[in-house]
Design a protein around this ligand. Structure first.
Ligand SMILES: O=C(O)/C=C/C(=O)CC(=O)C(=O)O
Ligand code: MG
Length: 231
């Protein structure tokens, strides 16, 4: 796949692997003791379907019945080569670039899933739950672990963190994930969110960015009910 075609990563048959609890301040705000959030050495991994992707110009849809939709700004790592059982030392060779992403979460459904021990597929994977920005080539980012990531809602800063606070580094995550799941060109790894997640409602405008490299703007739309049959 050529470098330029990665600009279309959100239209390719790619998958979205997400990492949770990768920033101590977010772990704390969710009510966990930082040390007990993950088993030592093992990140929390979940997936979103590609139907979750939404690009600028389209709205984020509130999922059915959701009263507590949260934004989570994250650095997205775009994979450039087939990656299977990759060693940590070589992992960066498999990165094509980056994107700013939002891990939109139906927090109430997620809380219910956590209580019942059921998967996060719907709370994290509903349509439009992964808004993404444009592709940032790897060469434009000298150090992906030294980037400011931020998120504003209606102009007010809600999240302002740095990727240097990630608990598990990008090479570690790629190595860990590819030991179990092969990554393909165009796949995106969401690397977790810093503190400041909060609720959004219809009409809110979410802006998010990675330093000065990339910025996105999304409006929160409403839930589109299925069309009624007319007979
Ligand atoms: O366990 C919870 O209450 C919530 C965890 C998350 O939503 C994990 C993430 O998606 C994240 O840390 O980015
Ligand atoms: Mg997240």
């Amino acid at each position: 796949m050529s470098g330029r075609s990665f600009e279309k990563f959100a239209e390719l048959a790619s998958k979205i692997i997400a990492v949770g609890k990768n920033y101590a301040d977010h772990i704390k705000e969710m009510g966990y003791a930082a040390t007990s959030a993950t088993k030592k050495g093992e990140p929390l991994i979940f997936m979103k379907p590609t139907s979750a992707f939404v690009k600028e110009g389209s709205k984020i849809e509130i999922p059915p019945g959701c009263a507590n939709l949260h934004h989570e700004v994250e650095l997205g790592v775009v994979i450039g080569r087939l990656a299977k059982k990759v060693r940590e030392e070589e992992a960066m060779q498999y990165v094509a670039g980056y994107t700013v992403a939002l891990d939109m979460t139906d927090r109430d459904l997620q809380a219910t899933a956590k209580k019942n021990g059921t998967p996060w597929t719907i709370p994290k994977g509903f349509d439009t739950s992964c808004p993404v920005g444009s592709f940032i080539p790897k060469k434009a980012v000298p150090d992906p672990h030294a980037l400011r990531i931020w998120c504003k809602v209606n102009g007010e800063t809600r999240q302002d963190g740095t990727t240097s606070d990630m608990i598990f580094s990008i090479p570690f995550l790629i190595s860990y994930i590819t030991n179990y799941i092969t990554l393909y060109p165009g796949d995106v790894v969401l690397t977790g969110t810093p503190a400041g997640v909060s609720g959004v409602k219809e009409g809110d405008v979410i802006e998010a960015g990675i330093g000065d490299l990339s910025k996105v703007r999304f409006e929160v739309g409403t839930y589109e009910a299925p069309a009624q049959e007319n007979n």
